[in-house]
Design a protein around this ligand. Structure first.
Ligand code: 5AD
Ligand code: SF4
Length: 339
């Protein structure tokens, strides 16, 4: 087993069987996390890139079984920031020193590609990179967003187990989600995807497939988080995912995709105290502090008790683990090395 981890550290490749073997053996966890930390240091360095997260609308037409913002949940007070509020928040983030803003929202039809394009063009004045996380759209719509100046796009595949995907996403299509990701790549977006770990009925075999899918897509960013049950959803009584298993999926992703950007996800910090720093020492190199105004932040309840940090806290906490805040945009090195 130790040889397997050593091999992955050198060759950045593992078979499905090998991935499953590592995922199911908990005696090698420390070695796996250490290897991922070393690969992170070697390929993307000690800088931690901060992305300012703006949760601009909690209105969503989709109905994902795990998510508190699903359209059938009537216990959410819905909000939508105005384009002016979004631009203003982005400007404040830039002033605080953020080099990237992430616009994340539910699939809210009010924010058409054209409307988002107007917002993107205005945010460009602050000279930050712009990441979008606005869900599934057509090739043409993504093209409008790219032409307006968006640099990156996040769209998690959530799970590559098609049967499970269908169960958890009523009226949605797994094929379309994959199409979106390949379209984003084709259009030249730095493309991020990722998965949830610990969904009911999810197998380690499918987690291995998830990791292989990240590699096949040649993703530039991967976000992995444990599933956290939300009471107002059909999965409200399910058990939470395992922090350790999520960390293992993340560490293996680092071994196989050494140059990519990997966030220490909020779900990790929410599930385990110090989870963020543990993730940063097991392969992660990005943090996404929430800069949304407090009154809205608490309404963006994908899952309960969502943690948030700010810039100055991050500076302190990173020093404690011997890391520094990234001074540039933190573009994906995956693309630079491969071009
Ligand atoms: N627990 C953990 N993560 C969740 N997400 C949605 N609901 C939950 C939950 N209950 C994640 C999804 C989505 C991202 C924005 O939040 O993976 O892509
Ligand atoms: Fe909507 Fe995203 Fe929640 Fe699904 S995970 S219901 S698409 S906000």
């Amino acid at each position: 087993m130790e040889n397997l981890i050593e091999k992955a550290k050198q060759n950045h490749s593992l078979t499905k069987v090998e991935l499953v073997e590592i995922l199911t053996d908990d005696t090698i966890n420390d070695q796996l996390f250490k290897a991922a930390d070393e690969v992170r240091a070697k390929y993307v360095g000690d800088e931690v890139h901060l992305r300012a997260l703006i949760e601009f609308s909690n209105i969503c037409k989709r109905n994902c079984f795990y998510c508190g913002l699903r359209s059938e949940n009537k216990n959410v007070e819905r909000y939508r920031l105005s384009p002016e509020q979004i631009v203003e928040t982005a400007g404040m983030a830039a002033q605080r020193g953020y080099k990237t803003v992430v616009l994340q929202g539910g699939e809210d039809s009010y924010f058409s590609a054209e409307k988002l394009a107007e917002i993107i063009k205005q945010i460009k004045q602050f000279d930050t990179a712009i990441t979008l996380s606005t869900g599934e759209m057509t090739f043409e719509e993504y093209k409008i967003l790219k032409s307006a100046g968006a640099d990156r796009f996040l769209l998690r595949i959530e799970t590559t187990d098609e049967k499970l995907y269908k169960k958890l996403h009523p009226a949605a299509s797994f094929e379309n989600r994959k199409r979106c990701l390949y379209d984003l790549k084709k259009l030249g977006f730095e493309t991020g995807t990722g998965c949830l770990v610990g969904l009911p009925e999810q197998t380690v075999e499918s987690l291995a497939d998830d990791i292989l899918f990240f590699k096949e897509l040649n993703a530039d960013m991967i976000g992995i988080g444990p599933f956290i049950p939300h009471k107002d959803t059909p999965l409200g009584n399910a058990s939470a995912g395992s922090f350790t298993l999520a960390l293992k999926v993340m560490a293996l992703t680092r071994l196989l995709l050494p140059y990519i950007n990997i966030p220490a996800t909020t779900a990790m910090e929410t599930l385990v105290k110090n989870g963020r720093n543990i993730a940063l020492q097991s392969g992660a190199n990005v943090v996404m502090p929430n800069v949304t105004a407090m009154e809205f932040r608490k309404k963006y309840e994908i899952y309960p008790d969502k943690i948030s940090v700010d810039y100055s806290e991050m500076e302190k906490s990173l020093t404690q683990i011997g890391r520094i805040i990234g001074q540039d945009r933190g573009d994906s090195k995956n693309r630079r090395e491969k071009c």
